[in-house]
Design a protein around this ligand. Structure first.
Ligand code: SF4
Length: 306
C-alpha cells in the first residue's frame, strides 16, 4: 500500500500535475494530457490510500443517501484514474491531495449502516470517483457487508475497470462478495462503466491515451470469467458517443458474452456543475452553451488555485 503524500498526481514524463483536460485554440490537448491511467492510478493512490498499523485506509469526502437504486446509502470516495470531460464529480477528483479524510473499512461500514438505519434503507454503495483504487480497503468494507449480509438487499461497487484490468486476482476476490451463482448468498454487485469503444473518442472523453481503450473490456472479461455479479453501463448520449461507436462497444461486449450486451444500462448525461467547467475547457460549448452560467462561475471560484 503506498505512502500518503500531499502532492498532486504527476505524469512523470511531463512533470505536470494531472487536473482536468484542456485544449488550445487549435483543438490540441495541453500537456500532461492525454494521460496514462495506469500511472495515474499509482500517482493517485499516493494521495488517497494508506495503510496504518495493517489497516487499509481510503479517503472519502462524505456519506449520504440518494434516491437512485430505489434509495441507497452512499460513501463518496476521492480520486480517479480517468479524467472524463463530462464527469460530474466535484474538485476532489482533480485535487485529491486537498480533499477528504481517511477512513478505515469499519468506519465506512458504520457510517453507511447509520445512514441505512436512519433512512430505513437496505442498500449501500461506494461511489464518488474510482472506488476500486485501494483494493484492500474496498475488500475490507465488503468483508463487513458480507458478514452482515442479511441486513442488505444490495451493495454496489462502481468502477471504470482500470484497476480490475491491472490487478490479477481482484475479480476473484470480488466474486467472494458479489457472486452471480444462482445459489449465492452474496449481496455485492459491480457496475462497470464503459466510456469509449473507439480509440479517438475514448481519448476525447476520458483524457486518457488511445492505447488504454481496451482496459475496461479486459475488466469485463475478468469479471465474467470470475463469476462476479455485474452489469455494464455505457455512455450512449449522442453528444458524446456516435451510433457507430455504440455498436462497436456492444459488439465487443457480446463477444465476451451476449448476456453482457443484453444487460447494458444506457447512460445519458446531465451537465452537472463541475462538468460544465470541464467541458468548456475542451471546447464543448455546444453542450455548455456559449455563455458562462452563474453555477459555472461558482464552480470556477471554488476550484483550488493550484
Ligand atoms: S466520470 Fe467516473 S470514471 Fe470518469 S473521471 Fe469521473 S469518476 Fe472517473
Amino acid at each position: 500500500m503506498p505512502f500518503h503524500v500531499e502532492q498532486p498526481p504527476i505524469m512523470p514524463d511531463t512533470d505536470k500535475p494531472v487536473r482536468y483536460a484542456e485544449r488550445d485554440e487549435d483543438g490540441n490537448l495541453l500537456p500532461p494530457f492525454p494521460v496514462d491511467p495506469v500511472t495515474l492510478t499509482e500517482e493517485t493512490r499516493k494521495d488517497v490510500c494508506k495503510n496504518e498499523n495493517g489497516v487499509p485506509l481510503r479517503k472519502y469526502t462524505r456519506f449520504y443517501a440518494v434516491g437512485v437504486y430505489g434509495g441507497i446509502a452512499t460513501a463518496y470516495s476521492v480520486g480517479c484514474n480517468y479524467r472524463c470531460t463530462f464527469c460530474w464529480v466535484d474538485w476532489s477528483r482533480d485535487w485529491p491531495e486537498k480533499y477528504g479524510e481517511f477512513y478505515s473499512p469499519s468506519q465506512v461500514y458504520s457510517k453507511l449502516k447509520d445512514i441505512m438505519k436512519v433512512q430505513g434503507l437496505r442498500r449501500a454503495r461506494i461511489s464518488g470517483a474510482e472506488p476500486t483504487l485501494c483494493p484492500d480497503h474496498i475488500c475490507g468494507v465488503l468483508d463487513l457487508v458480507h458478514r452482515d449480509r442479511n441486513d442488505f438487499d444490495l451493495f454496489v461497487i462502481e468502477t471504470n475497470g482500470v484497476v480490475l484490468s491491472q490487478e490479477d486476482g481482484l475479480a476473484e476476490r470480488l466474486a467472494q462478495y458479489a457472486s452471480r451463482a444462482r445459489d449465492s448468498d452474496t449481496v455485492g454487485h459491480v457496475r462497470l462503466s464503459i466510456r469509449g469503444g473507439q480509440p479517438e473518442p475514448f481519448e476525447e472523453k476520458t483524457g486518457c491515451s488511445t492505447e488504454f481503450m481496451e482496459l475496461p473490456f479486459i475488466a469485463v472479461e475478468r469479471l465474467w470469467n470470475a463469476g462476479v455479479s455485474f452489469h455494464v453501463a455505457v455512455v450512449v448520449d449522442p453528444r458524446f458517443t456516435t451510433e457507430e461507436e455504440k455498436q462497436t462497444i456492444y459488439k465487443k461486449l457480446a463477444d465476451i458474452h451476449p448476456s453482457i450486451r443484453d444487460g447494458v444500462e444506457e447512460e445519458l448525461l446531465d451537465p452537472y456543475p463541475h462538468a460544465l467547467v470541464r467541458l468548456r475547457a475542451v471546447g464543448r460549448d455546444d453542450v455548455t452553451g456559449k455563455e458562462i452560467s452563474r453555477v459555472e462561475e461558482r464552480m470556477l471560484r471554488e476550484r483550488p488555485k493550484s
